[in-house]
Design a binder for this molecule. Structure first.
Ligand SMILES: *[C@@H]1O[C@H](CO)[C@@H](O)[C@H](O)[C@H]1NC(C)=O
Length: 248
C-alpha cells in the first residue's frame, strides 16, 4: 500500500485522537501553602481512574489523562498526611483509610470537601454535571473549572475557609489542637432536620439551618446540606475537561 493509502486508513483514528479519543482530563492544581494528597473515587461501580491518590506539593499540578468521557465520581484533597514508623499512610482530614497514598477504590472519610462529577460525551447532546459538596463537611477550599471545550462554562468554587469559623461542636482537631476539618450538622448530630430525612425528607420540608448557613456564607456556590438550592449544581455541554484547584 502506498503512503497515501495508509494515511486514509489512519484518518479516522487521527480524528479521534484530535478529539481526545472520547476521554477527558482532570488536572489538579495546589494553590494552598501546604501539601495536599488528592484522592479520586469512581462512582456507580465503574473502574477506578489511572490514579486514585497522589501527593501534590504547594504550587504543583498533576493531570489524570484518559478519564472516560462518561465518568462519574468524586475527588477531594487529603490534608495533614504522614507515613508512620510501620509504613502506614494516614491523614488528619479526608483520609480514605487505605493506609497508602493510593485510595484504591476507597472514598474520603468525612468531613471532606468534595468536587463531584457526572460527565457526558462530547456531541452526545448531554451535559456534564459538576458541583462542590460540603454536605458531609469541609476540610479545605476547592474549586472545579471546566476547560477545553467547556472553557466558556462557569467554575464552581468553595473559596472560603470554613475551618476558621467552625463551631466547636462541629470541629475536628489535629494533634496540635488546630481545626483541620468541620463536620456538617448531619454528620455531627445525625438528626432528621440536619440530614433531610423522615418528615424533613424533601426540598420543601428541609430548609437551611443555623449550621448549614455557616457553610453557605463561606461557600455560596457549594452544597451546604442535602437539599441545598439549585444554584449548587453546574452544567456544561458534554466533553469538557476539568481543573480542580485546592485553595483557589
Ligand atoms: C443552632 O441551633 C440549635 C437549635 O436551636 C442550637 O442548639 C445551637 O446552639 C445553634 N448553634 C449555632 C452555632 O448557632
Amino acid at each position: 500500500m502506498d503512503a497515501r493509502g495508509s494515511f486514509y486508513l489512519l484518518l479516522p483514528f487521527l480524528v479521534l485522537l484530535a478529539r481526545g479519543a472520547g476521554a477527558a482530563t482532570l488536572t489538579f492544581n495546589n494553590k494552598c501553602t501546604y501539601t495536599v494528597w488528592p484522592g479520586t473515587l469512581t462512582g456507580g461501580g465503574g473502574g477506578q481512574l489511572s490514579s486514585t491518590g497522589f501527593e501534590l506539593a504547594p504550587g504543583a499540578s498533576f493531570t489524570i489523562n484518559g478519564v472516560p468521557d462518561t465518568w462519574s465520581g468524586r475527588v477531594w484533597g487529603r490534608t495533614g498526611c504522614a507515613t508512620d514508623a510501620s509504613g502506614k499512610f494516614t491523614c488528619a482530614a479526608a483520609d480514605c483509610g487505605s493506609g497508602q497514598v493510593s485510595c484504591n477504590g476507597a472514598g474520603a472519610i468525612p468531613p471532606a470537601s468534595l468536587a463531584e462529577f457526572t460527565l457526558a460525551a462530547a456531541g452526545s447532546g448531554k451535559q456534564d454535571f459538576y458541583d462542590v459538596s460540603l454536605v458531609d463537611g469541609f476540610n479545605l477550599p476547592i474549586s472545579a473549572t471546566p476547560q477545553g471545550s467547556g472553557s466558556a462554562c462557569s467554575a464552581t468554587s468553595c473559596p472560603g475557609n470554613v475551618n476558621s469559623v467552625c463551631p466547636p461542636e462541629l470541629a475536628v482537631k489535629g494533634s496540635d489542637g488546630s481545626v483541620v476539618a468541620c463536620k456538617s450538622a448531619c454528620l455531627a448530630f445525625n438528626q432528621p432536620q440536619y440530614c433531610c430525612t423522615g418528615s424533613y425528607g424533601s426540598p420543601d420540608t428541609c430548609p437551611p439551618t443555623n449550621y448549614s448557613k455557616i457553610f453557605k456564607a463561606q461557600c455560596p456556590q457549594a452544597y451546604s446540606y442535602a437539599y441545598d438550592d439549585k444554584t449548587s449544581t453546574f452544567t456544561c455541554a458534554g466533553g469538557a475537561d476539568f481543573l480542580i484547584t485546592f485553595c483557589p
